[in-house]
Design a protein around this ligand. Structure first.
Ligand code: DAH
Length: 359
């Protein structure tokens, strides 16, 4: 009997050592297989006398059952262990914070352009968009900028292929050509009825029309690069043409704009006499904060002036009836002032660490 107990014990031990199902089945074969230990014992029964056969056979059967039970237990243990490993591998910590995909946001200059459009929109200004590749006519000539003006030098301007020597194509150096483009469209639209009714022939338009009130934001280009100049930069043009639009209106509109833009009611503006070929008189506009890190300094933000009669003519309008003002400002600079950024190039390097601060 002792020998049978020992057999059961060694079977249990062998099963317990098996780490994989294959190892367990191998161990099983040793004890319960066709030529395993139990089969061997059964075969040996044949040699025993009948009396012993019975009791010995019953004892072997008990051991066999015990070994089978041990096998079953070990099988279950392996399945449990495998499940445990799997559960651990696939463990989810539901208390961890979620992983978000970066949402992105608008570029700081785009934020400024949106702001400019919203403020001027609230004052009844349309928003116009135009080409960045311009002709010499719209960029210079129509704006009363003579052939020998320094702004036309190769040094200041990117000329591109496609034009002729007399009418070269170039990357617009400012948004001012949009004054002409927009006004010509506006005038064409409103004179059509007069022409159709025979009240008007060719020539400058002096009929009735709604005022032109428009801003034109966009990209502009110059051969220039340092901490405050980039070869590509932004401008926003403004134009208001009507019968009684004066410098006083310019002052009011631009002051209102700057105070709203910077959310500063005590902002002071200075209109400093200057020169631009397309305005007469002309002024540069400086602003001065009364509080904050820039308080007390005069900061230039725009060029402006009363639209020159030659420019009014190039719009197709009669300067005897129509006058107005224009301004051109730098949204990049406005963005720098608003957020306290000191190097313009940061806006165009595309460094996400800088840009994400404005989201
Ligand atoms: N176009 C000018 C520039 O780029 C800025 C400017 C000055 C625009 C006076 C205007 C203006 O409309 O009236 O320097």
């Amino acid at each position: 009997m002792n020998e049978l107990n020992a057999l059961a014990e060694s079977a249990r031990a062998a099963f317990a050592q098996a780490v994989t199902p294959a190892e367990l089945e191998n161990a099983k074969a040793l004890f319960l297989g066709k030529s395993g230990r139990i089969t061997e014992l059964m075969k040996a029964l044949a040699a025993l006398p009948v009396e012993e056969k019975k009791s010995r056979g019953a004892a072997i059967n008990l051991v066999k059952q015990a070994i089978e039970a041990a096998l079953q237990q070990s099988r279950q243990a392996l399945v449990d262990a495998e499940l445990q490993v799997q559960l651990q591998a696939e463990a989810l910590d539901v208390t961890l914070p979620g992983r978000r995909r970066g949402q992105g946001g608008l570029h700081p200059v785009s934020l400024t352009l949106e702001r400019i459009e919203a403020i001027f929109g609230s004052m009844g200004f349309d928003v116009a968009d135009g080409p960045e590749i311009e002709t010499d006519w719209f960029n210079f000539t129509a704006l009363n900028t003579p052939q020998d003006h320094p702004a036309r030098s190769m040094h200041d301007t990117f000329y591109v292929e496609g034009g002729t020597d007399e009418a070269p194509h170039l990357l617009r150096t400012h948004t001012s050509p949009m004054q002409i483009r927009h006004a010509v469209q506006h005038v064409k639209h409103h004179r059509a009825a007069d022409v159709a009714a025979g009240r008007l022939s060719d020539g400058l338009f002096s009929g009735d029309m709604p005022e032109i009130r428009v801003i034109a934001p966009g990209r502009t280009y110059r051969v220039d690069s340092d901490a405050t100049h980039s070869p590509m930069f932004h401008q926003c043009e403004g134009l208001w043409v009507g019968e009684n639009v004066s410098f006083k209106d310019l002052k009011f509109v631009f002051t209102d704009f700057c105070r709203k833009f910077f959310e500063s009611d005590d902002l002071v503006l200075r209109f400093r006499p200057s020169f631009f070929p397309f305005t007469e008189p002309s002024a540069e506009i400086d602003i001065q904060f009364q509080t904050g890190p820039l308080a007390g300094r005069w900061l230039e933000v725009a060029g402006s002036g009363q639209v020159h009669p030659n420019v009014i003519r190039n719009m197709g309008l009669d300067p005897e009836r129509y006058i107005g003002f224009a301004f051109g400002m730098g949204p990049d600079r406005l963005t720098m002032l608003r957020y306290g950024v000191s190097d313009l190039r940061l806006f165009f390097d595309g460094d996400i660490r800088f840009l994400s601060q404005f989201e």
